[in-house]
Write a new protein. Structure first.
Lengths: 590, 598, 134
C-alpha cells in the first residue's frame, strides 16, 4: 500500500494509506484525547462511532472539525490538533457531556478509574457553563451488573461489545435525542434480556454507568463473624492481573502475595480454584473419553463434539441462544461450583461443621460467576455452594480498604487440601488452556502412555477461532477453540449444521479467555496488558512441578476418600449439572 | 358558447388585490353594468389569485383575453363604457412589458408574468396518478427508453452533468457527479435509493410529487440504475404517507405489468426493479447514512462520511441516494435536453425549485419557480403577500437546518449558494413566512425543540448541545435570560456546527444564529427589558387596565377565571399581576378597549 | 395489460393514449365528454375532495350528463382546496377552488350545463414545460 505525507502541528509525517489522523499523530508523539474510541489491537475489537467528538482536529480546507479517530489521512492533509478553535470545541463538547452527567464522583464506583473524570482533569474543567436538565433513567441491578445509565455518555462501547463481539444483543441505543441511552430492549432490566453477564460491557465502560455488583462490605462483615468459617478460592486468571491494581507491571504473577493478603484479611482457609480445575479435568476429560469410546464403538446417538462448560457466560449464552443443543456441552460444573460443592461436603465434613456455618467466597476474573453462584441448582436446602463471588477488582478494593501494603507482602502458599494444583489448572485462565489441560490427561488415559511433551502450543494463541488435530496414538482428535461469544456462535453454528468434524471444543466468553474477563482490572483499550497476562499464565504452568491434573495427589486422594471415580454417582450428584432452555420471549410491563 | 352571457369580467379576488379594493371595484363594475342594463349580458366573476399581485387589482375580460392591471374602482366606469359597450380596450390599463416597453393587448402573450414554471410538478394535477397510460401520454417513460436504447450510461451521465441539476434534498450536491462517482465505484451489486423521508416541518413537496406523479420517480430511478449499473431500486418512504405509498405501489405494479420494470426492459439487456421500504418518521432518517442504516434494519442514526454511500452504502454496496424532487426532474432533462434545462435558473443553480409556502401568507400552497426568482416575488406575488395586511418580518427556509431571512434579503435571487451566504439554506423547500406578530426568539426555540426531539443522539454536541441551546432560549423567553446567555448561544452554536457528526447537527444552530443576526434587538428586549416585542411570550406579557377607558362594568372581573381583577362597580378596575394567568379572557369581554397588553 | 417489449411499442401506446386524450379535450364534437379532475392528494382529501368527487359522480349521473370524473394529484393551491379542473369539450380547462358540494352543484348547473362562469376560478399562474421555449 502506498505511503502518504501529511502535516500534523507543522510536523511532516509519512504514513500508510488508510491510517487515521489519530494514529498518524501518535506516530510522532502527539496524543489526541479520545473518549468513545476503543481499539484492542490484535483482538479485532474496535469502537469508532465518532460520537463523542472529543478527538476533533482541524483539517485545513474542511468546513468542520474532523474526528481524528475515524478520519483517514489523505495526501497533503494539513492538520492542527491544538489551536484555539480545536481546544474551544473540545472543551465545550466535554462540558456538554459533563452537563448531562452526575457529578457524584466522590462516591462513584469508577472514581479514580474513570476516563471521563480523567479527561475533565486533563482539560482543567473548573465550571460547567452549560448547565441544564440531566437525563435520568431507572437504575437496574442484576445479579452481576449494575446499570446506572444516568452516567452513560453514549460512547457505545458496551453496545459494540454486546452486539458485534459477543453477538448477545442485550444492549442497544434506544430513544432519540437528549434521552438517547444504551439499554436492553424496551428499557427493560438486564435480567429480562438475553444478557450472559459476561461483563464485557463493564470491562469497556469508560464511566460508572456499568459496574459490577459490589459485595465487599458483606465480606468484611462476614470475616468479623466468629461463628462463620470463611473459605476463599482464587481463580487461575486472578493472580495474573491483580498486581496491576497495585501499580505492578502487567503480567506480574502475584499468587504468593495474594494468598498472604487473603490471610491478612482474615479468611480462615485460603484455597485455590485451580484445585477444582484439576477436578474439572478429571470429570470433563472422562466424559470426553467416554463419548469418544462410545462413538468409536459405533454408537450413533453420542453427541460429539463435547463442549467445555466451565465458563458461566458461555453457559448462559447457549441456554439463551442455542436451546436446541443443550445436550452437547459437557455436564461438568465449572471449577467455582465444583469447589463450592466439595468444600461444603468433603471439607466441611473434615472440619466437622455444618454447611450453614461455612461461607465460601470465590475471587473471580468474571462477573458471570456472580450469577452462576446464584443459580438454584447450585444450592442445598437454600444454602448456596458458593456464597459470594468477588471480582479481581473487588479483591483489590478489599485489600486497599484494609490498608494492607500489598507490594510489601511476603509470598505464601495455599492451604491444604483444596489448595494444591497443577500447571494444567493454571492455564484455565487463558483461551485454549482448558482444552490443553484436558488433552494432557485424556491423552494419557486414552493411550495409556506418558506424554513426552506437555506443551500443546498449537492450542495456544489469541486468534479468534483456532482448530488443531492432536494425534492420540493413531486416533486423530480434532479440537476447536473459540474465545468471545461471537466466535463461539460461529463454531456452534458449524456444530449445529452437523459437519464440523470436531471431537472437542473449548469456549470462553471473554476475549482472550479469563485473562480478559469482565471482572479483571480495566485494560482501557491496551491489549498489551492481555498479552502480558497470558504470558504470566503459561509461565506459571511451566514453573509447576506437576502439570497434569490426574497427577495432583490431592485430587487422587479426593477420589479415593470421597468420590470414588470420575463420573461416579457421587460425582454426578456433586460435580455435574444440567441446562435450561432460556430463550427470551420478551414480555413488556403494563 | 351556449351561455347567456356574452362577456365576462374576471376580477381577481386574491387577498392582495382585495386589499387594493378589488371588492369595491367589483361592486362598481356591477353597478355600471346595471346602469347600462347589461347585467344580463355581462357577468362579473371573482377569481382566485392571478399570482401577479404587484400589478393588482387585475381584471381579465373574456372572451377577448384583455388583461388590465392596477385597476382602481374609479376605472370601472371607463371599462364598462369603453371596452364593454364600445369594444375599445382601455389603453392606459393594459400591461406594459417592462423589457420591450410594449403594451400587451392579449393575456395569451402574458406568459412571462407567470412567475412559476412547473418541471418537477409538471404532471401533478394533470394526470391520474393511478393510470400509467396517462403518464405515458405525457412523454412518460420516453426518457428511460431513450437512455437505454440510444445512449450509453456515460452519455446519460454527461447529459445530467451538463444540465447542472443539483440535489433537491437540501445540500445541493451535483446529481450528475453523484451518479458518476457511484457508477465508477467498484461493486458487484449497486443500489438506487430514493429518499422520500420528507421531514422538514411544513414541507410536503415530495409527498405531492409521489401522490400526483409517482411514475416520474419510478422512471428516473430506472435511468439512474442504468447509469450506475444497478438493477435494484429502493424507495425509503415514511409510513405516515399512506396515499403516496398506495400510489407508488400501484405505479410500480403497473410498470412491472407492462414491462417497464423487470428483466430485459424494452427488449434490451437492462434489468431494473423497485422495492418500497418504510421509515417510522424519524427526521434524521432523511440524512442519507441514517436512512441507509434504517433500511438495513438498524437504528436510524448517521455514520461518519467518508465513506460516502456512493462508495459504501446499503449493505456496504455502492448506493446512489437522491431525493424525490431531484428524481422528478430527471426525465424532463433527458427528454428536453440538458441545454434546455440549464438555461433555466442561475449560474450555479439550474432549473426550478418547488417550495411549500406556509405561515402567515395568503396563498398557502405548493409552488415551483425557476432558481433565481427572488424571495419578494415568491412571497408577495405568488404567495399573495402577508395575511391580514400585516407586516412581513421574516421567512424561514430550509426547515430546522435553515435560518430566518429578513426584509433585507427579499430581493435575493433564490439559489443554493445565495441562501447559504445569507445564513440559511435551501433545504428541502419549506418556506415559512412570519409577520410582525411572530417572536423570533420563540421561532428559534420552536426549531430547536424539533431538533432536540429528532436528533439521533449519537454525537454529544447534537444530543446535549441542542438541548442546552433550547434551554437557554427557553429561559430567555421566560424572562430569565442574562446578557451572557447570548455569548453562550453564539459559542455553543459555533461549536455544534463545527463538531456535530452529520448534517442535522451541523445545521441545527442555524435558526439561532440567523435570528441573533437579524433580530438581536428582540433578544435584548427579552433579556434586559423583560419584554417580548411581538407580545408572544406569555411570561413577559402584562395585562393592564387603562383607567381612562374603564367604565367599571365588571365584565372582566366576572369572567376572570382566577379572580385577578378587582374594582368597585362604575370605577376603574385593576389587575393583580401576581394572580393573572394571561389567559386573555378579560380582553375578549371588555367592550371599552380598556384592557391592553404590555 | 400487454407488455411493452420495445421502444416502438411504447411510442404506439403514447400516440394512442395521447390521441384519445386530445380528442377528448379538444374536439368540438358534442358527444364528447366533460372531463373533471379532482385534486386528490393528501391535502385535497383532508379538505373534503373525496366528498366532492363522490358528489360530482352521482350528480352528473343523476342528470345524465356524459362526463368523466378522475382523480389527480396536488394542483398546488392549498389555500383553495378542494380544487377541481373542468374541461368542456373544445374548451380550455378551468380550475375552480374552494369547491364544496354546493359549489360543485353550481359548477354543474351553471358552467357545465350553460357555460356560465362562476366565482372561484383560479387563473393559471405558471408556465408548463411545453410552453417553455429557449
Amino acid at each position: 500500500m502506498k505511503n502518504i505525507k501529511v502535516t500534523i502541528d507543522k510536523k511532516e509525517v509519512e504514513v500508510k494509506q488508510g491510517t487515521t489522523i489519530l494514529d498518524a499523530a501518535k506516530s510522532v508523539g502527539i496524543t489526541i484525547p479520545t473518549l468513545c474510541y476503543l481499539h484492542l489491537k490484535d483482538f479485532n475489537i474496535t469502537n469508532r462511532p465518532a460520537g463523542c467528538r472529543i478527538c476533533v482536529v482541524e483539517v485545513e480546507g474542511r468546513r468542520n472539525l474532523a474526528p481524528a479517530c475515524a478520519t483517514e489521512c489523505t495526501e497533503g492533509m494539513v492538520i492542527n490538533t491544538h489551536n484555539i478553535r480545536v481546544l474551544n470545541a473540545r472543551k465545550t463538547v466535554l462540558e456538554l457531556i459533563l452537563s448531562d452527567h452526575p457529578t457524584d464522583c466522590l462516591i462513584c464506583a469508577k472514581s479514580g478509574n474513570c476516563e471521563l473524570q480523567t479527561l475533565a482533569h486533563e482539560f482543567g474543567i473548573r465550571e460547567i457553563e452549560y448547565q441544564g436538565e440531566q437525563s435520568t433513567y431507572k437504575k437496574d441491578m442484576s445479579p452481576s451488573i449494575i446499570r446506572d445509565v444516568d452516567k452513560c455518555i453514549m460512547c457505545r462501547r458496551c453496545e459494540m461489545m454486546c452486539n458485534e463481539i459477543q453477538t448477545v444483543g442485550a444492549l442497544s441505543a434506544v430513544n432519540r435525542g437528549f434521552t438517547s441511552v444504551v439499554a436492553p430492549a424496551f428499557e427493560q432490566d438486564l435480567s429480562c434480556s438475553p444478557c450472559t453477564y459476561c461483563g464485557q460491557c463493564v470491562a469497556v465502560c469508560p464511566t460508572g454507568a456499568l459496574t459490577e455488583v459490589d459485595h465487599t462490605n458483606q465480606i468484611i462483615r462476614l470475616l468479623a463473624d466468629p461463628t462463620k468459617t470463611v473459605v476463599v478460592q482464587t481463580a487461575p486468571a486472578v493472580r495474573a492481573a491483580l498486581g496491576e491494581e497495585f501499580g505492578l507491571k502487567p503480567g506480574t504473577s502475584v499468587t504468593g502475595k495474594m494468598v498472604s493478603a487473603l490471610r491478612e484479611l482474615g479468611f480462615d482457609y485460603v484455597f485455590d480454584t485451580d484445585f477444582a480445575a484439576d477436578l474439572t479435568i478429571m470429570e470433563e476429560g472422562s466424559e470426553l473419553l467416554d463419548r469418544i469410546a462410545r462413538y468409536l464403538k459405533g454408537d450413533t446417538t453420542v453427541k460429539l463434539p463435547i463442549l467445555t462448560s466451565c465458563c458461566p457466560g458461555w453457559v448462559n449464552f447457549f441456554e439463551h441462544q442455542f436451546p436446541d443443543m443443550l445436550d452437547v456441552p459437557s455436564t461438568a460444573r465449572s471449577p467455582q461450583q465444583m469447589f463450592g460443592s466439595i468444600a461444603k461436603t468433603y471439607f466441611a465434613d473434615k472440619l466437622k461443621i455444618k454447611r450453614q456455618d461455612m461461607v465460601v467466597v470465590s475471587i473471580m476474573p468474571c462477573l458471570a460467576k456472580k450469577f452462576e453462584r446464584s443459580r438454584e441448582e447450585f444450592s442445598t436446602d437454600g444454602n448456596p455452594d458458593v456464597d459470594f463471588s468477588l471480582s479481581t477488582r473487588e479483591l483489590a478494593q478489599l485489600i486497599k480498604q484494609a490498608n494492607i501494603n500489598f507490594n510489601a507482602l511476603p509470598e505464601s502458599d495455599y492451604d491444604a487440601p483444596l489448595g494444591e494444583s497443577t500447571g494444567a489448572a493454571v492455564i484455565f485462565g487463558a483461551s485454549g488452556g482448558v482444552i490443553e489441560a484436558a488433552t494432557r490427561t485424556a491423552y494419557e488415559i486414552f493411550t495409556g502412555k506418558t506424554l513426552e511433551k506437555v506443551d500443546f502450543t498449537e492450542l495456544r494463541g489469541l486468534e479468534s477461532i483456532r482448530e488443531a488435530t492432536v494425534d492420540f496414538n493413531g486416533t486423530p482428535i480434532k479440537i476447536g477453540i473459540a474465545h468471545g461469544l461471537g466466535n463461539a456462535r460461529k463454531l456452534l453454528e458449524r456444530v449445529r449444521a452437523g459437519n464440523s468434524g470436531f471431537h472437542a471444543i473449548e469456549i470462553m466468553a471473554c476475549p482472550g479467555g479469563c485473562i480478559g474477563g469482565g471482572g479483571q482490572p480495566l485494560h482501557h483499550g491496551d491489549s498489551s496488558i492481555l498479552f502480558a497476562r497470558q504470558k504470566a499464565i503459561y509461565d506459571e504452568d511451566k514453573s509447576k512441578a506437576i502439570r497434569k491434573s490426574h497427577e495432583n495427589p490431592y485430587i487422587q486422594k479426593l477420589y479415593k476418600e470421597f468420590l470414588g471415580a470420575p463420573l461416579s454417582e457421587k460425582s454426578h450428584h456433586l460435580l455435574h449439572t444440567h441446562y435450561f432452555d432460556k430463550k427470551k420471549v420478551i414480555e413488556i410491563d403494563e | 358558447m351556449d351561455t347567456k352571457y356574452k362577456m365576462y369580467l374576471l376580477v381577481c379576488g386574491g387577498t392582495g388585490c382585495r386589499s387594493s379594493q378589488s371588492n369595491v371595484l367589483e361592486e362598481r363594475l356591477r353597478k355600471h353594468l346595471k346602469e347600462n342594463k347589461l347585467e344580463n349580458e355581462v357577468q362579473v366573476i371573482t377569481t382566485g389569485c392571478f399570482g401577479f399581485c404587484e400589478k393588482g387589482p387585475i381584471v381579465k375580460v373574456q372572451p377577448d383575453n384583455t388583461f388590465y392591471t392596477q385597476v382602481t374602482p374609479e376605472d370601472a366606469e371607463e371599462i364598462i363604457k369603453e371596452h364593454v359597450i364600445k369594444g375599445r380596450q382601455v389603453q392606459r390599463l393594459l400591461y406594459k412589458d417592462p423589457d420591450k416597453k410594449e403594451i400587451v393587448h392579449d393575456s395569451k402573450h402574458m406568459g412571462f408574468y407567470r412567475k412559476q414554471l412547473r418541471i418537477a410538478l409538471r404532471n401533478c394535477g394533470f394526470i391520474n396518478p393511478e393510470n400509467i397510460n396517462e403518464y405515458i401520454a405525457r412523454d412518460g417513460y420516453a426518457a428511460v427508453a431513450k437512455c437505454i436504447t440510444e445512449m450509453t450510461p456515460q452519455q446519460v451521465i454527461e447529459e445530467m452533468k451538463k444540465s447542472g441539476l443539483r440535489g433537491r434534498g437540501g445540500a445541493g450536491f451535483p446529481t450528475g457527479m453523484k451518479w458518476e462517482i457511484t457508477s465508477k465505484s467498484p461493486g458487484d451489486q449497486k443500489y438506487v435509493v430514493c429518499n422520500a423521508d420528507e421531514g422538514d416541518p411544513g414541507a410536503f413537496m415530495d409527498r405531492s410529487i409521489l401522490e400526483g406523479d409517482p411514475h416520474s420517480v419510478v422512471e428516473a430511478m430506472a435511468i439512474c440504475g442504468y447509469c450506475i449499473g444497478a438493477d435494484k431500486g429502493l424507495i425509503y418512504i415514511r409510513a405516515e404517507y399512506p396515499l403516496a405509498i398506495k400510489r407508488l405501489k400501484i405505479a410500480i405494479q403497473q410498470a412491472q405489468e407492462i414491462g417497464l420494470l423487470g428483466k430485459g426492459i424494452l427488449g434490451t439487456k437492462f434489468n431494473f426493479d423497485i422495492e418500497i421500504r418504510y421509515g417510522a418518521g424519524a427526521f434524521v432518517c432523511g440524512e442519507e447514512t441514517a436512512l441507509i442504516r434504517s433500511m438495513e434494519g438498524g437504528r436510524g442514526e448517521s455514520t461518519l462520511k467518508p465513506p460516502f454511500p456512493s462508495v459504501s452504502g446499503y449493505l456496504g454496496k455502492p448506493t446512489n441516494v437522491n431525493n424525490v424532487e431531484t428524481f422528478a426532474n430527471v426525465p424532463v432533462i433527458i427528454n428536453k435536453g440538458a441545454d434546455w434545462f440549464n438555461k433555466i435558473g442561475t449560474e450555479k443553480s439550474k432549473g426550478t425549485k418547488v417550495f411549500a409556502l406556509a405561515g402567515k401568507i395568503n396563498n398557502v400552497g405548493l409552488i415551483e419557480v425557476p432558481m433565481g426568482t427572488t424571495l419578494r416575488e415568491v412571497i408577495f406575488e405568488i404567495g399573495g403577500g402577508i395575511k391580514d395586511g400585516k407586516k412581513f418580518k421574516a421567512v424561514q427556509t430550509g426547515g430546522p437546518s435553515g435560518g430566518c431571512l429578513t426584509e433585507k434579503h427579499l430581493d435575493l435571487p433564490i439559489d443554493f449558494d445565495n441562501l447559504v451566504k445569507a445564513g440559511s439554506m435551501m433545504g428541502s423547500g419549506g418556506m415559512v413566512v412570519m409577520d410582525e406578530d411572530d417572536c423570533m426568539v420563540s421561532i428559534a426555540k420552536f426549531y430547536l425543540d424539533f431538533t432536540v426531539e429528532e436528533s439521533c443522539g449519537k454525537c454529544a454536541p447534537c444530543r446535549v448541545g441542542n438541548k442546552r441551546l433550547y434551554e437557554i432560549l427557553d429561559r430567555i423567553t421566560h424572562g430569565n435570560g442574562k446578557m451572557e446567555d447570548i455569548d453562550l448561544l453564539r459559542n455553543l452554536s459555533k461549536v455544534i456546527k463545527d463538531t456535530a457528526l452529520c448534517g442535522l447537527g451541523q445545521t441545527s444552530p442555524n435558526p439561532v444564529l440567523s435570528t441573533l443576526e437579524g433580530f438581536y434587538d428582540e433578544y435584548v428586549a427579552h433579556i434586559k427589558e423583560h419584554r417580548c416585542p411581538s407580545g408572544r411570550c406569555k411570561d413577559l406579557m402584562k395585562y393592564e387596565i387603562n383607567p381612562e377607558n374603564c367604565v367599571g362594568c365588571t365584565a372582566c372581573a366576572r369572567n376572570c377565571p382566577v379572580n385577578a381583577i378587582t374594582g368597585e362597580r362604575k370605577a376603574p378596575h385593576t389587575i393583580n399581576q401576581e394572580l393573572c394567568i394571561k389567559c386573555g379572557a378579560c380582553i375578549e369581554k371588555c367592550k371599552f378597549n380598556a384592557i391592553f397588553i404590555r | 395489460m400487454n407488455k411493452i417489449k420495445s421502444l416502438d411499442d411504447l411510442r404506439k401506446i403514447k400516440a394512442d393514449v395521447e390521441g384519445k386524450m386530445k380528442l377528448r379535450e379538444h374536439s368540438e364534437n358534442a358527444e364528447n365528454l366533460v372531463q373533471i379532475k379532482v385534486a386528490m392528494a393528501t391535502c385535497g382529501i383532508a379538505s373534503g375532495a373525496k366528498t366532492v368527487m363522490d358528489f360530482l359522480v352521482s350528480d352528473l349521473d343523476k342528470r345524465n350528463i356524459p362526463a368523466v370524473v378522475t382523480q389527480t394529484g396536488c394542483m398546488g393551491y392549498c389555500y383553495a382546496e378542494p380544487t377541481i379542473e373542468v374541461t368542456k369539450p373544445g374548451e380550455e380547462p378551468i380550475v375552480f377552488g374552494y369547491v364544496d358540494t354546493k359549489k360543485a352543484e353550481e359548477i354543474i348547473t351553471k358552467y357545465i350545463l350553460t357555460g356560465e362562469l362562476v366565482d372561484g376560478i383560479i387563473p393559471v399562474n405558471y408556465e408548463k414545460i411545453e410552453d417553455k421555449k429557449n
